[in-house]
Design a binder for this molecule. Structure first.
Ligand SMILES: [Zn+2]
Length: 255
């Protein structure tokens, strides 16, 4: 088992460097496969030795070799995060259908979260990909029973739509975007009808905590828009890994 933890971590770091490409390019409508990587500041195409995940960043001390511009910390952060999540998924799920299925989900969530942070959008292309990949992979691997997936999609999508419409009536503005509603529906497919309810409440809970914390630190202006996508992504990934345990804790505390 142990060597596989390291191997899955390295595999995840490599995938993470591709996720970085997706985060940068998808909202800017640049092809994710056709064009070679370039420095966002000076546009110089990068030779392979500057494209090695994590290592290049460390070797270049976080600066572009050609123009000296600082390389965003987001690059090593996403690579490390993806590596850690991949290794944890291996420990929790082993190597098999569930591993592939839930990593498709988690990888897409990482991309969605960072795009939402920067651009306040959850691109339909990624949500659509996630829905189709989920249906195809589940048909092969049978990870989530059909009824759970079906009601998860309908229940979470419908429930969030209701919250979004209510929010619009009560606050007179869009509190919950349609992207969040669509993400909830797709996530319902992956987690199933039971788990998705807890996961969504958990995402509201951590979003609320973060809001309070920012308020306390005086970091938040009233007009600031806080995207929900990153909190949903965190909650959903946490639930993929520890959902069953969290639900058990929850009932132990409540009862
Ligand atoms: Zn440069």
């Amino acid at each position: 088992m142990e060597p596989f933890v390291a191997l899955t971590f390295i595999y995840g770091v490599i995938v993470g460097s591709f996720l970085n490409v997706c985060v940068y390019r998808i909202p800017r409508k640049i092809s994710i496969v056709k064009i070679h990587s370039f420095c966002p500041a000076c546009r110089t195409p990068l030779p392979w030795k500057f494209k090695i995940p994590l290592l290049s960043f460390l070797w270049l001390k976080g600066r572009c070799h050609f123009c000296g511009a600082a390389i965003s910390l987001r690059y090593p952060l996403i690579e490390t995060l993806t590596g850690v999540i991949t290794a944890l998924a291996y420990v929790k799920l082993g190597l098999g259908g569930a591993f592939v299925f839930y990593l498709t989900f988690a990888y897409s969530l990482i991309v969605l979260a960072f795009i939402d942070l920067e651009h306040q959008i959850l691109p339909n292309r990624i949500l659509g990909f996630l829905m189709i990949a989920g249906i195809v992979e589940n048909a092969f691997f049978r990870v989530v029973p059909f009824g759970e997936a079906f009601w998860g999609t309908l229940g979470a999508g419908g429930g969030m739509l209701l919250v979004a419409l209510l929010g619009r009536v009560v606050f007179g503005k869009e509190a919950l975007g349609m992207g969040d509603v669509k993400l909830a529906a797709v996530a319902g497919f992956y987690l199933g009808g039971h788990m998705i309810i807890y996961a969504l409440f958990f995402s509201f809970f951590i979003a609320f905590l973060a809001l309070m914390l920012m308020q306390l630190l005086g970091r938040r202006q009233r007009k600031d828009y806080i995207p929900l996508g990153p909190f949903m992504s965190i909650a959903l990934i946490v639930f993929v890994l520890w959902g069953t345990v969290i639900v058990q804790w929850y009932w132990r505390i409540v009862l």
